[in-house]
Write a protein that binds this ligand. Structure first.
Ligand SMILES: [Fe+2]
Length: 314
């Protein structure tokens, strides 16, 4: 039997309580998973920023306490999308976005490890005298993102030392490292509206408890895959463990929303490795390529999220 490193169960309520100081300024965030392919961090506030981030990966937002605003450039127009407490929002790749968070709020965000060829951008837009952003860049930097925490902070610090920050006017060097390989903005993309998870669970209650739908497991996609997302975000309902879930190219994050379940890992088909029990708000990161089954009774709900760059559909 080949050895797999089985993940530890983390209760996110306890983890947030232990790390509560990390969600206050100036840090405002703490990574729960950072070493592998899936990057998951919890974010607090206040954090009102003017920089806009852009990458080829998608970002999945969830607000656990309080509301946030996600400013975005959609169709070359600046819009502000509220993401309310209890809502999930899937941001497509290739869109400029700038999260705005108030004090005493907490949410989580999932991103993914960048491919070797991918270059992220961080841009400040030139503003008019009354502070309205225009489409002209004021200052921007493009980097291969290896460390979300430190590299963004370095660019913000560089901006605050810059001539552009001091004068509010672009200089010749404002975009001097703009790489031709850098991520391209796609003005035609339109994100789906946020999903209120509790309402979504209510609406799909019957389908989620009908375990005969798919070989013993009733799992439903929150954001339909025909939209061409890299993300696969599903809720698993009643399940007898017969169906094996596996992602070969990416990690899968599991978060128990309601009730409890047992997650059984398989080394080879039909061969039981070991099981982990998840209670409410317990989370688990499944390594890439590891098949697993879920056993849970009707009424229990497990959130399952992964992002495979190979699914890039737009
Ligand atoms: Fe971002």
């Amino acid at each position: 039997m080949s050895a797999i490193r089985l993940p530890a169960v983390v209760n996110v309520t306890d983890w947030v309580a232990v790390n509560r100081d990390q969600f206050l300024p100036p840090v405002c965030n703490k990574m729960l998973h950072t070493d592998g392919q899936l990057k998951l961090f919890y974010v607090g506030g206040p954090n009102q920023r003017k920089d806009y981030h852009i990458e080829e990966g998608e970002e999945l937002f969830y607000m656990e306490r309080g509301d946030m605003e996600l400013k975005m450039l959609i169709g070359n127009r600046f819009v502000s999308q509220p993401i309310l407490q209890g809502q999930l929002f899937l941001l497509p790749g290739n869109l400029f976005h700038s999260p705005q968070r108030a004090a005493d709020t907490i949410g989580w965000v999932i991103e993914r490890e960048r491919l070797a060829s991918e270059i992220d951008g961080l841009r400040y837009f030139l503003e008019t005298a009354d502070g309205t952003p225009t489409l002209r860049p004021l200052f921007e930097r493009y980097v291969h993102m290896r460390d979300l925490g430190s590299q963004v902070a370095e660019i913000i610090a560089e901006y605050r030392r810059s001539e552009e920050f001091r004068t509010g006017q672009p200089t010749k060097s404002a975009s001097d490292n703009a790489d031709t390989a850098a991520v391209a903005y796609k003005p035609e993309l339109r994100p789906l509206p946020p999903v209120t998870l509790a309402d979504w669970l209510d609406k799909h209650q019957q389908e989620l408890d009908n375990a005969e739908v798919k070989n013993g497991s009733s799992s439903l996609e929150v954001f339909p895959s025909q939209c061409g997302y890299q993300f696969l975000v599903e809720v698993v309902g009643r399940s007898d463990g017969r169906q094996e879930f596996v992602e070969y190219n990416c990690e899968t994050w599991l978060l128990q929303l309601v009730g409890e379940c047992s997650v059984t890992f398989y080394v080879e088909k039909g061969q039981t490795a070991t099981a982990r029990r998840l209670g409410e708000k317990d989370s688990l990161l499944v390594p890439a390529g590891v098949a697993f089954g879920v056993v849970q009774s009707a009424g229990c709900r497990l959130l399952k999220a992964s992002q495979d760059p190979g699914r890039k559909g737009y």
